[in-house]
Design a protein around this ligand. Structure first.
Ligand SMILES: Nc1ncnc2c1ncn2[C@@H]1O[C@H](COP(=O)(O)OP(=O)(O)OP(=O)(O)O)[C@@H](O)[C@H]1O
Ligand SMILES: [Mg+2]
Length: 226
């Protein structure tokens, strides 16, 4: 069974606007790696919002691990909590994800919400700071970080939840060479650990390194790219 499945999704932001997604279907197996391409404004971020339960299509069905994800499903707190633990989302603009007083607190926030024991939270914070080379910034306020640093702090906060599916909207954009190489290595490790990865990217090298199945979003539907 596919981990996630979209069946004939249509979505528009307003009734008078032309739909962004027009009968889009997608099936992703657990452990797969999919890279999404498409022009600016093609609808990649819109699609990711739907996959994360932040927007809901006007028609069509979204299933995650067999459960239909819709408003009613996510209204039940138990469902929402479990879903957001299993699906991690790195926003294209990480600013909107960061609201804690320090990078350390930002990373601890998710695990704390999950009600994990204190030692486990501390271990996850330590690991995630280290994985992204953020130790020197641990006590800094996220809103004082540079753009690239914010992106890495946001990614660390996503990883701290240890999600099965990682949805990454332009994860390498704006990163310098060193940060980029570190993140690439990390994504490869996650892939090898059996995580399912879905990323929007214009980065050819990233697609190649991850041996991703490449799909192109165009005219509201997805097409396989060789
Ligand atoms: N909140 C919104 N309200 C109305 N229209 C929106 C909203 N967000 C996006 N759109 C429109 O929906 C379309 C798809 O936008 P989206 O952000 O999904 O594209 P994208 O493929 O992620 O682009 P990029 O490569 O620039 O990130 C665009 O035409 C955009 O103007
Ligand atoms: Mg986008």
């Amino acid at each position: 069974m596919a981990l996630l499945e979209l069946d004939n999704i249509t979505f528009s932001y307003a009734p008078e606007e032309p739909p962004v997604l027009r009968g889009l279907s997608l099936s992703v197996e657990a452990g797969a790696c999919v890279a999404l391409r498409g022009d600016n404004g093609a609808g990649k971020t819109t699609l990711f919002r739907i996959l994360n339960g932040l927007s809901f299509p006007q028609s069509g069905v979204y299933r995650f691990d067999g459960a239909e994800i819709n408003r009613a499903y996510l209204k039940k707190q138990r469902n929402a909590k479990r879903f957001h633990q299993r699906v991690g989302y790195l926003f294209q603009n990480p600013e909107v994800m960061l609201f804690n007083a320090s990078v350390r607190e930002e990373i601890a926030f998710g695990p704390r919400q999950l009600g994990l024991p204190r030692e486990e939270i501390e271990a996850r914070v330590r690991d995630c700071l280290q994985l992204l080379g953020l130790e020197p910034l641990a006590d800094k306020a996220p809103y004082h970080l540079s753009g690239g640093q914010k992106k890495q702090a946001a990614f660390a906060a996503v990883l701290a939840l240890n999600p099965e599916l990682l949805i990454l909207d332009e994860p390498l954009a704006g990163l310098d060479r060193k940060a980029r190489d570190r993140l690439l290595g990390l994504l490869l490790e996650l892939r090898q650990a059996g995580k399912t990865l879905l990323t929007a990217t214009h980065d050819e090298a990233l697609c190649r390194a991850l041996e991703a199945r490449v799909l192109r979003l165009e005219e509201g539907v997805l097409r396989e790219e060789p």
